[in-house]
Ligand binder design. Structure first.
Ligand code: 5GP
Length: 214
């Protein structure tokens, strides 16, 4: 798509397998870029230890979420990811856009597709990948020992995708990236050293703002 039709504020999606460091990248970017805000999404899943309503997610009951969907209150939603619903409240993004901020969040591939249809001029799609299987395994298991079993299960599920991370014709299968290929994203990054990744994403965002020229 020609850059001339792209607009600001932009909606930046950061997609990637669990344990790749998406949240850490977003937190670091927010602390250094006053024009960037994280949009908080909604989910029906149970909060994990340390997660807060309104900061990490808007935690909702299924009935409340379904009623919101029926009323068209979500810009996009994913009705079933590991048995839970996830979605982006329209008012959350509109509020931040009105303040003139670019927005970013951690969104799975299904959401990226829906955003692309809903706001093709605003979306900017980033894919973040782990450097290799060993590093992903370390992050999924050691970072949070209580999640070790869940981490190993996720890793097994990711096996084929990990072997094909940089293969442009391979269609990803894990739920975070399902149905997309490397080429479906505007920028693909490998999160090896966090500070380097953050610097790279910051540069990519600066360049994209300049291209959009607003
Ligand atoms: P988790 O439950 O581990 O926080 O997130 C699971 C997945 O849901 C991640 O891939 C994350 O990117 C995705 N996700 C979080 N919020 C949303 C949302 O509002 N819409 C969509 N489509 N995906 C989301």
């Amino acid at each position: 798509m020609p850059t001339s039709v792209k607009e600001r504020p932009m909606l930046i999606t950061l997609t990637g397998p669990s344990g790749t460091g998406k949240s850490a990248v977003i937190s670091a970017l927010l602390s250094q870029d006053p024009k960037l805000r994280r949009f908080v999404t909604a989910t029906t899943r149970t909060p994990r230890p340390g997660e807060e309503h309104g900061r990490d997610y808007y935690f909702m009951e299924r009935g409340e979420f379904e009623a919101g969907v029926a009323k068209g209150e979500f810009l996009e939603h994913n009705p079933n990811y590991n048995g839970n619903m996830y979605g982006t409240p329209r008012w959350e993004v509109e509020r931040l856009f009105e303040e003139g901020c670019d927005v970013i969040s951690d969104i799975n591939a299904i959401g990226v597709r829906l955003f692309e249809a809903a706001m093709p001029k605003r979306i900017f799609k980033l894919l973040i990948l782990p450097p290799n299987r060993e590093r992903l395994e370390q992050r999924l298991t050691k970072r949070n020992p209580e999640l070790a079993d869940e981490g190993r299960a996720r890793l097994q599920q990711l096996e084929a995708d990990m072997d094909n991370l940089h293969n442009p014709s391979y269609v990803f299968t894990n739920p975070d990236m399902i149905g997309t290929t490397y080429g479906d994203y505007d920028v693909v990054l490998v999160n090896d050293v966090l500070e380097h990744t953050v610097a790279e994403v910051a540069k990519v965002i600066t360049n994209e703002r300049a291209k959009r020229g607003q």
